[in-house]
Design a protein around this ligand. Structure first.
Ligand code: SAM
Length: 249
């Protein structure tokens, strides 16, 4: 029976590869990978010699169709990305959607994911959060996106490129407020793993002052806005006022 596996791979430390992922990649007929040269290193480390095919964001419908045809012939295909969980700020949605539409079974092999690793060690509330992925690259669009999030009470999680992190933190301090707590989580599971929690203005300054903090792979987490007590009181006052007014002769 046709099976499409969505396989998570490590985000830095190869020892984080789960045994089931190795097994599935070894046994699949084909592995669709974002960057086949990059994945070759993972394959050599785990003695995997399954054929690789490139499947990335710019892959056209023809490539998706080729993979689907293999599946429809009864082959087992595994999808991986360069690091972490496919479809999390990575390609694969179109393939998964189309496979499901055609009744092909899609099976996840869970494993590393940068934002989950960052969130569980950051020290910010994790009961409710919103994963925002990458902000738009252009400053105007980025500021607009941040403004739309300013009143969100959930912890927010972003992926950010190292050369933009200082500017992004400055923009966040401006829009969310200097005192809002945030965390930079850098190089998770690698030699220079760093977590640093501070109010936004302070964190922006700390990152700006040390070029080492503007290197490697980065997750930014920002505490949600305080619940607006005022707004709740207003509506409560309004409710009581209505009740009282109804009682007036
Ligand atoms: N699919 C991946 C996942 O499951 O997390 C994310 C892929 S996305 C293209 C790459 C971004 O993830 C990086 O720019 C960085 O923001 C974040 N990331 C990946 N590995 C990381 C690590 N070891 N430490 C911190 N952030 C990481």
């Amino acid at each position: 029976q046709a099976l499409l596996y969505i396989v998570a791979t490590p985000i830095g430390n190869l020892a984080d590869m789960v045994p089931r992922a190795v097994e599935v990649l070894q046994c699949a007929d084909l592995v669709a990978a974002e960057d086949t040269r990059h994945s070759q290193r993972l394959f050599s480390h785990f003695n995997i010699d399954t054929p690789l095919m490139a499947y990335h964001d710019h892959s056209d419908d023809k490539r998706t169709e080729q993979i689907l045809q293999r599946l429809e012939q009864g082959q087992t295909v595994a999808l991986i990305s360069d690091a972490g969980t496919p479809l999390i700020s990575d390609p694969g949605y179109r393939l998964v959607r189309e496979a499901r539409t055609r009744g092909i079974q899609v099976v996840p092999i869970p494993g590393a994911c940068a934002f989950v690793a960052a969130l569980c060690a950051a020290g910010l509330p994790s009961d409710r959060f919103s994963f925002e992925g990458f902000l738009p690259a252009k400053p105007g669009a980025r500021e607009k996106a941040l403004q739309e999030l300013a009143a969100d009470t959930r912890t927010m999680v972003f992926y950010e490129a190292p050369h933009r992190v200082a500017d992004t933190l400055a923009a966040m301090a401006e829009i969310f407020g200097a005192e809002r707590e945030a965390v930079i989580a850098r190089e998770i599971s690698k030699a220079f793993e760093t977590f640093h929690l501070a109010p936004l203005a302070e964190l922006a300054e700390w990152v700006r002052a040390d070029s080492n903090q503007q290197r490697g792979e980065i997750v930014l987490l920002v505490r949600g806005a305080e619940r607006r007590q005022g707004a709740e009181l207003d509506s409560e006052a309004e409710r009581v006022m209505k009740l009282l007014l109804a009682e007036l002769p």
